[in-house]
Design a protein around this ligand. Structure first.
Ligand SMILES: C[S@@+](CC[C@H](N)C(=O)[O-])C[C@H]1O[C@@H](n2cnc3c(N)ncnc32)[C@H](O)[C@@H]1O
Length: 393
């Protein structure tokens, strides 16, 4: 297996916390998705049923909870393929399944890690891990799977709406006709793209020239957008560096933007201009201007970006605080982890949740049919943080 760098997402950095808090935070969504997939596969009158789970994490939830049912829904010749980019999560998931006696209980065989382009080539009643990265096209042939689960994964790779459209269209491609997909996510729109668009087009206006925006938040997968003067939205992301002109905005992995002006004076003028746009945190070192993409003191950023994110994570905090009252050391650790995720999200980093509404719109554009949305909340609770989309090709 290819050794991948340790990732910044919580499920990869804090595996134990994720596994222990998952029933509390996303248990309803897991129950729902399992029920949907189980009923769908059971109803299929077909020998060779194939399920793809994208991003199984370190515990293959929720499937690992139900070995007997998984065995039954797959039938005589079914197969499961699990795609994840993290070698560490794949190893952890295999360890977890072995610890839970999953293979014995389900009667399914572990195929370990392989390169699979078509599940038809696999032995019947096997579970196969594939190491792959969904920032790239899915490594499977068209019409490969009867069912796909992608839960709490897509948001890591969709900072831009065009990333989401590319992903949903690729999911559509690898699903068989009349196959079913479950797409589960947190339902909050972390829209750093609109902040980038405003900054890029304002900057092009100020310099009266085209501006190249270089998004280096994900160092392994840089994105570029070109802002022409007078154009409000750049085409994002252009994968290759469009290599133009002088003016470049760089967004780094801490969520900070830098721009090198042609002179110290020009940098000062640019700062004054950004102040007129409501930005407060601005630094200058000679001709270099440095500021955060999301400015906590900018009224607009606060209301439209930070407050909804706070409301999302605030709810998670409360749930953890209430549920782990008697296990203070775990509670403190879990709160620390959620805070870390919140801290990233409010700077426009790592977590790029799109709301369930936005995802279903993208799935519709990618030609999915019978799209059903379901928000998950306990009765008596006002808000639901997580939601599911179930759709058919
Ligand atoms: C939060 S876990 C989700 C686990 C499980 N689906 C669930 O519902 O509990 C996210 C998983 O997605 C994987 N992942 C994140 N980005 C990925 C990418 N670009 N390609 C493939 N897998 C990715 C992570 O390694 C991790 O295993």
């Amino acid at each position: 297996m290819k050794q991948e760098p340790e990732r910044k997402d919580v499920a990869s950095k804090h595996r134990e916390v994720y596994i222990k808090t998952a029933p509390l935070l996303v248990g309803l969504m897991h129950d729902f998705l399992f029920k949907e997939i189980y009923s769908f596969l059971i109803s299929k009158d077909k020998d060779e049923k194939t399920l793809l789970q994208i991003g199984p994490g370190s515990a293959m939830l929720p499937f690992s909870k139900y070995p007997e049912k998984v065995s039954k829904m797959l039938g005589e010749k079914g197969k499961i393929v699990l795609l994840d980019y993290s070698d560490k999560n794949i190893e952890a998931a295999i360890r977890y399944l072995l610890e839970k006696d999953f293979f014995k209980k389900s009667g399914l065989k572990l195929n370990s890690v392989e390169l699979v382009t078509n599940p038809k080539s696999l032995e019947a009643r096997t579970i196969t891990f594939v190491q792959g990265d969904i920032r790239e096209p899915l490594p499977f042939e068209n019409n490969s799977f009867d069912c796909i689960d992608i839960t709490l994964v897509g948001h890591h790779v969709t900072p831009f709406l065009s990333d989401l459209d590319r992903l949903t269209s690729d999911l559509h491609r690898v699903l068989v006709k009349r196959g079913m997909i479950h797409y589960g996510e947190g339902s909050v729109y972390m829209d750093s793209e609109s902040r980038i668009n405003i900054l890029g087009s304002d900057t092009a206006d100020f310099f009266n020239d085209a501006v190249l925006f270089v998004d280096e938040r994900d160092e392994e997968f840089k994105r570029y957008g070109l802002f022409q003067k007078g154009v409000k939205n750049a085409k994002f992301p252009e994968k290759k560096n469009p290599s133009i002109g002088n003016i470049e905005l760089f967004l780094d992995k801490e969520g900070n933007v830098t721009l090198s002006a042609n002179s110290d004076e020009e940098a000062s003028k640019y700062i004054k201009f950004l102040k007129t746009k409501g930005r407060k945190h601005l630094d200058q070192i000679e001709n270099i201007v440095l500021f955060p993409l999301i400015d906590e003191e900018n009224k607009f950023d606060k209301i439209y970006f930070i407050d909804p994110i706070w409301s999302f994570y605030g709810n998670l905090f409360h749930k953890i605080q209430r549920s782990f009252q008697n296990d203070t050391s775990f509670r403190n650790e879990a709160v620390k982890v959620v805070k870390e995720e919140f801290y990233n999200a409010k700077r426009g980093l790592v977590e790029f949740y799109k709301s369930i509404k936005v995802i279903s719109r993208s799935m519709k554009a990618s030609r999915f049919k019978d799209i059903k949305r379901k928000m998950h909340k306990k009765s008596g609770h006002k808000k639901s943080q997580f939601g599911s989309i179930v759709a058919i090709k």
